[in-house]
Design a binder for this molecule. Sequence first.
Ligand SMILES: [Zn+2]
Length: 299
Amino acid sequence: MKDIAIMYHYVQTPNLRGIVPLDPKDFELQIEWVTKQYEVVSPDDLTKPHGQKPYCVLTFDDGTKDQYEVAFEILQKKGLPAYFTVMSGPLEERSVPIFHLIHTVLSYYSDEEIWEELSTRFDVETVPGQSNYYSYETYLPRRYNKYALNFHLPEQQSREFLEEKAVSVFHSFENFINSYYINESEFIKMRQAGMTLGVHATHHRPFIGDAQAFYDSEIEPCRQFMREKLGVDAKWYTPAFGGGNQAERMMKELGGILEHHGFVGAFTTKPGLNNGLDSFWLHRYDCISLPPRSEVPWK
Ligand SMILES: [Zn+2]
């Protein structure tokens, strides 16, 4: 059978400038398209014998609030199951990954403002010449900001700058975290409504090699948090950044450790079809590559 899994990040009305979310209307249209061709199932049901249609698992990364307020709401209305992942660092340690801080800050401030402030406060003279990594950002101040905040400034400096900006929008860091992420009681509600919860990460760090150390720092603490705070014994995993540029190595070296700890499967960012649960590492299509948003009908 040609099963699929779909990857979602932000599902919200596009009013923020820092990110490109999937519009809730497009999400509903996509769900309609999906349910015509696929049976939407929980990951645990992938091992059940197929009926008429291939299976589709709807997967959500990063545990941002819009997924609870918008996607979960729509899915509940339609009576469909889905798979959501938990990132425990922001909830347990109140620490937010840099890329989420950047999304937030670039949503509330103009790129000109941020670039001007960065230029006044830090030595960013070499940034324009080095920022080609973000050449897909055609607007230069945005390209410079992303490069400066992700690569040029030391992480701590970048973090302090971004946290200060987030706090001035949300009044307190606590308030920012509560507004940005699904909290414990919301996750419990989702679980009770039949949603599957899995591990995404502790701090959303990329895989860099040592699989056991990675499991101990990025997976087990999140799983422990889920056990203690959400009452969930997580069996599903979605690697941060899909494993990043070490994805192949991650799949080879981390799979056995995950299985040893009772995980039954994981969702990558590699597009492709699946066949039940005949592979531990499952393919996923990004929602934007599927109808109705994609230009050409997808086969
Ligand atoms: Zn992620």
